[in-house]
Design a protein around this ligand. Structure first.
Ligand code: NAP
Ligand code: MG
Length: 498
């Protein structure tokens, strides 16, 4: 059945698509208060997909009022946790029922291959809502040890009104990473998608209403960061703000909080994740396959992309050959073609920025072994060849800064200690990977790496039940797993004198 969904099928779907593009406030679609709009542009055609409501302060105020009203009303915040479960489960099912449309929205909005959107993003999003639905009625509170004259209860309460500001690289997944646990914990939520990819978030909110979520509990505010995003950051009646995006903007949210109401801020920011391949790794083919995946998946626009490949000198040349062979399987193509593995980058500006890093690598003396070219396919020049540099030294910009594109920097090392030092020489600490067949080395290196997640003999391992997040300037707080609920709930201590 899937095979009938070929390029012509998706092209026809794309031209028939009429996405909802208004803000979603208090259970209904509405225009921005001042009527302004912005264009949501498809990077692989250059066409405007829709004119989208450009929310700003007045819209944020409206949405915060709706969220606060719903939270105080208690239909969601104080219902039995058992009643939240079927709503989130129904939403998961509706996501699956509308998978083609949702996959298409993200594919058109930010250029990811339709196969990835359909086979990875949408099912993962649905699975996440199911996961938190199941958690709703299985969490117990605590009774603290106390003397004979007292009872001390420690109970979890929703924090109240939660804002989520998210990036464009996984529009639907990132929305779910915030919205699913925040809703499961009983909060009312305001979601600001990235300006490049607002459409699937709006559809998500519509489906949530269809699933039975009360009005005002999930609101979506498309718009610009400096307008809608900043208004959320500074709003005095938002209790908690969860952000995923760049380190630069993450820092601004800390300042917004300090300048306003001291709202809790949780940050998932950038990365420059090291992938360490030791000479004792028995399966260099698998390591090469994953190294290529780790930099090419989603066009390299992944916060935890394995963008620094650290290779032991004894296997360097042999291993780089294998990686080159694997990377050649990711050739840029039309994202609507189910055969495409590498789509377009998110927009022309970002493509130019990534290409600038490539030019910089060449200028600084790194050796360009593959790729390097910006390509035009059809009407779009938002494509880049998968690119590999060897001879990269730790001081080069391509070794230090987050590129957020399919550009791999290969560095060499002689000893375990050197590899660890090089890996940790970064302002970031999101993810890391280690390839070795020595059990002791695997554990030793995993312990020594400063990263939120270390994957051994794979890259970028991920599961809804396992926490994800960073240290250093990759941020703090954890998405996914039961730990995400810590961000969206507060502990209440109740002492009862006996
Ligand atoms: P970004 O520029 O930091 O934007 C993220 C969000 O913040 C967007 O919704 C953006 O709105 C908003 N924003 C921008 N400027 C703002 C301002 N002055 N005040 C308030 N909000 C503002 O990041 P991006 O380019 O979308 O995404 C790429 C970055 O996200 C990379 O650094 C990547 O590593 C990171 N990321 C991290 C994770 C993780 O889990 N650690 C996951 C995915 C991505 P606009 O779209 O309107 O600018
Ligand atoms: Mg777009």
């Amino acid at each position: 059945m899937l095979s009938s969904k070929d390029l012509s099928f998706w092209t026809a779907c794309a031209s028939a698509l009429q996405p909802a593009a208004q803000a979603y406030i208090d259970g209904r679609l509405q225009d921005a208060v001042d009527g302004r709009q912005f264009a949501s542009i498809c990077p692989h055609t250059g066409h405007t997909i829709a004119m989208v409501a450009r929310c700003a302060q007045a819209d944020v105020d409206l949405a915060v009022s709706a969220a606060r009203r719903s939270f105080e009303g208690g239909d969601w915040s104080r219902c039995h946790p058992r009643e939240r479960k079927p709503v989130l489960q129904k939403l998961a099912q509706l996501l699956r029922d509308n998978a083609d449309e949702l996959a298409l929205l993200d594919c058109l909005d930010m250029g990811k291959p339709i196969s990835d959107a359909l086979n990875i993003d949408v099912p993962a999003t649905a699975a996440l809502f199911d996961w938190y639905a199941e958690a709703c009625d299985k969490l117990y509170d605590e009774v603290a040890p106390s003397g004979p004259d007292a009872l001390a209860l420690v109970t979890r309460e929703p924090v109240g009104v939660v804002a989520a500001v998210i990036p464009w690289n996984f529009p639907l997944d990132m929305a779910a990473w915030k919205v699913a646990p925040a809703l499961a914990a009983g909060n009312s939520v305001l979601l600001k998608p990235a300006e490049q990819s607002p459409l699937s978030a709006i559809r998500l909110a519509q489906l949530a209403s269809e699933a039975g979520l009360p009005d005002g509990v999930l609101n979506v505010l498309p718009g610009y960061g400096e307008e809608a995003g900043q208004a959320l950051g500074l709003h005095p009646d938002i209790d908690c703000l969860s952000f995923t995006g760049s380190t630069e903007i993450g820092k601004r949210f800390l300042a917004y909080s300090a300048a306003s109401n001291m709202k809790m801020v949780w940050l998932e920011c950038g990365g420059k994740s090291p992938n360490l391949v030791f000479g004792d790794c028995a399966d260099l083919d698998a390591a090469a396959r994953k190294a290529a995946f780790g930099i090419c998946f989603n066009q390299g626009q992944v916060c935890s992309a394995s963008s620094r490949l650290l290779v032991e000198n004894s296997i360097h040349d042999r291993f780089v050959e294998k990686v080159l062979t694997e990377m050649a399987h990711y050739q840029p193509g039309n994202p609507l073609d189910p055969a495409t593995r590498l789509g377009s980058l998110v927009d022309a500006g970002h493509t130019g920025r990534v290409h600038g890093f490539i030019e910089d690598g060449v200028r600084q003396g790194a050796r360009l072994l593959a790729g390097g070219e910006r390509l035009r396919l059809g009407d779009s020049d938002c494509y880049l060849q998968p690119t590999l540099f060897t001879g990269v030294t730790p001081q080069m910009r391509i070794a230090r800064e987050e590129i957020f594109g399919p550009v791999l920097s290969v560095l060499r090392f002689d000893s375990e200690a050197e590899a660890i030092a090089m890996a940790n020489d970064s302002i970031y600490g999101l993810a890391a990977a280690v390839w070795t067949d020595q059990l002791q080395r695997a554990h030793r290196v995993a312990r020594a790496l400063r990263a939120g997640t270390v994957s051994v003999n794979t890259v970028d391992a991920l599961d809804p039940g396992v926490p994800f997040g960073g240290c250093k300037q990759s941020g703090f707080g954890r998405d996914l797993s039961l730990h995400a609920l810590d961000k969206f709930s507060q502990l209440k201590t109740t002492w009862i004198s006996l």
